[in-house]
Ligand binder design. Structure first.
Ligand SMILES: Cc1cc2nc3c(=O)[nH]c(=O)nc-3n(C[C@H](O)[C@H](O)[C@H](O)COP(=O)(O)O)c2cc1C
Length: 334
């Protein structure tokens, strides 16, 4: 069970979701070391800014060679921005380009990008056609279900995307206005799958192998994209690769304290000192969910002034946990 789009083989068909502030070099390398990921991603990148950024210094673009295959996600809203942005991504050695068509954030919508584009089919078609002409790399699109539940609107959108040469569609199974606390509508991904021939990847609400199995059952998707679940449990790819895709993969021996330490070391390797702590805090907000009393870990790290202090406090929290002074870490998903 693999996905092939052009020259790219996604094996296993497990993709890391683009997540602003979270999907950066440190998280990607942590996940790679734990195993089981088929395609890595950047966070969303402004097509206007990308051509001007220095890839060795930009925290959004920095990467190590080992981070492969790596898809770059573009936020695009103007035809004129397409050529310089795509040329820059070629220069960075992108293995695929993803178009962000689902971001509901008001600041992004005001720029005419993200989910706003799904409401402007004429411009969207032109943008997709333009990018398609500019690259022979795999070109993918990440969508939400739309403004409201409309099979016609969603079908028209997906047929248009496939017709203009999009190689794979990832569906985050929520409407534009729905929050992450709402259950994703995986059965709507099955509808998309029945309309298009290109591979369809399911996204939203996968936090365990059991979720992955249920999502595949409901959606019939060709692959899965993991977002928050990959931050809470960076070893989730390895678990799903083994449990669902029957990969002959030794499950990593996971000690959350060591995973956290390794992440902090990767932050130091990836970012200038002033950029590290914010990213440690973002990560901790999710990683803390491994613990019944994780909110304590979050507030300990939130209130600290340096990465070193954050790490020290976190290690104290982990040691107290292991000693049974706090309730233990959540069990591994078998
Ligand atoms: C903090 C955060 C940042 C995100 N940033 C992006 C982004 O840059 N581009 C994008 O397409 N989706 C973004 N998303 C949405 C995720 O890619 C994904 O669709 C969503 O979290 C649902 O998947 P999950 O339930 O596995 O987390 C973001 C989500 C979160 C939580």
């Amino acid at each position: 069970m693999t996905i092939r789009i052009r020259e790219l083989v996604i094996d296993p068909p497990l993709l890391l979701a683009p997540m602003a502030g979270l999907t950066h070099s440190a998280l990607r390398r942590l996940i790679l070391r734990l195993g089981g990921v088929g395609l890595l991603s950047t966070e969303m990148l402004s097509a206007i800014r990308v051509p001007q950024e220095n890839p060795r210094l930009s925290p959004f673009l920095f990467r190590r060679e080992e981070e492969r295959p790596l898809s770059y996600q573009l936020l695009l809203s103007r035809l004129a921005d397409a050529a310089p942005a795509v040329a820059a991504l070629h220069g960075f050695g992108a293995d695929a380009i993803d178009l962000n068509l689902g971001c509901p954030a008001p600041a992004i919508r005001r720029l005419g990008a993200g989910s706003r584009l799904m409401e402007n089919p004429g411009l969207l078609r032109e943008l997709v056609a333009k990018v398609r002409k500019l690259t022979s790399l795999p070109l993918t699109a990440k969508i939400r279900l739309g403004e409201n539940l409309s099979e016609t609107a969603l079908k028209n959108l997906c047929l248009m995307l496939a017709g203009e040469g999009i190689d794979l569609i990832t569906v985050h199974a929520r409407l534009r206005g729905e929050s992450f606390s709402r259950k994703p509508r995986w059965s709507w991904i099955a509808k998309v799958k029945s309309w298009v021939k290109v591979p369809v990847v399911a996204n939203g609400g996968i936090f365990s192998s059991a979720d992955a199995a249920r999502c595949l059952e409901a959606s019939g998707a060709d692959g899965l994209m993991l977002g928050r679940g990959a931050v809470i449990r960076p070893w989730l790819f390895a678990e799903i690769a083994r449990n669902i895709y029957r990969w002959d993969l030794a499950l990593p021996e996971v000690r959350p304290a060591e995973v956290y330490q390794e992440f902090a070391e990767l932050l130091v390797d990836s970012f200038l000192p002033e950029r590290r702590l914010g990213r440690l805090k973002e990560f901790t907000h999710y990683f803390a969910r491994n613990y019944p009393f994780g909110h304590r870990l979050t507030s300990l790290v939130q209130s600290c002034g340096s990465l070193e202090q954050g790490l020290e406090r976190a290690q104290l929290f982990f040691a107290r946990n292991e000693a049974g002074e706090e309730r233990g870490a959540a069990g591994a998903d078998q």
